[in-house]
Design a protein around this ligand. Sequence first.
Ligand code: PHE
Length: 342
Amino acid sequence: MKVDALKKSFTKDIKGAQDVKSLEAVRIKYLGRKDGQLTKILKSLKNLSVVQRRKIGPEANALRQEIEKALNERLGIFVVKQQHLDIDVTLPGKKIPIGHLHILTQLENEVRDIFSRLNFSVVEGPEVETEYYNFDALNIQSGHPARDMWDTFWLNQPVVVPTTDNDKKLLRTHTSPMQIRFMEKHKPPFQIIVPGRVFRYEATDASHEINFHQIEGLMVGNGVNLANFKYVIETFLRQLFGADIEIRFRPSYFPFVEPGLEVDIKLSSGQEKLIASRKSEWLEVMGAGMVHPNVFRAVSYDTNKIQGFAFGVGLERLAMIKYKIDDIRLFHSGDLRFINQF
Ligand code: PHE
């Protein structure tokens, strides 16, 4: 009977305990070593008759276990609550580091967008090319002195001798081989751009890298002419750099175009270092021209009906002008102080 009463009053007391301190008071009230109410009952067991002890003993011990369990559970709740109070919600949050697109990828996306709006399709091609696509089909047969314009990384050739001479493998020195690959499979009229990585086996300096990116352009159809080229390129450059950019067209030579030309952009203030190293305030950004008839012949187009222009623009060069970067080698340096600026 007494044990039952104790159980009831404990249940009431523990509900009333709202913090760690009052919980401790409840514990002492029932389980305190000296005067705990349950402790007293447990201590008095030895004075009881065997019959009474057999009845009350197990009841009292069960209650003790029950009380200890209830106290511990309640204590656990208070501790968790206290931890929440300890959180300083005014502290600045932890910044989760996330990556971003490399500046060249961002710029390439912008170039893709501009040409897409001009109704050009975007296609891509292989970085490992054959001598045929990189040179011969582009009117640069072996022995042609113009091959010296492209210092080439030749790959180890397969042990089995290639069936024809110009199956020899190399890292493409420009994106122009895609002109041939595309024209072999498509009929004009069309206009495409080909963004991609290219390789040159040459000494590096502030404006030359062995590994860089080009965007090839090719527009072919009946009556396509140099005025069309000038319009497309001026539109492209002004959209990319703003209407007041200064552009210069210069006669030049590439075996796969006739006439051939190069396009320069005037460097602005903030690029003194690059201007000084080049001794010129103009930076060439693309080679271009009207597609040479021999190139059309390589893909069996009728040179009497079909004309076209082609260009190859250097992506890094564009980035250097747009973001005033004075050394091309920074792009692939892996230097986060550079990368994170964009
Ligand atoms: N492929 C040339 C180069 O890399 C650039 C070019 C492309 C020139 C198309 C003319 C026409 O130097």
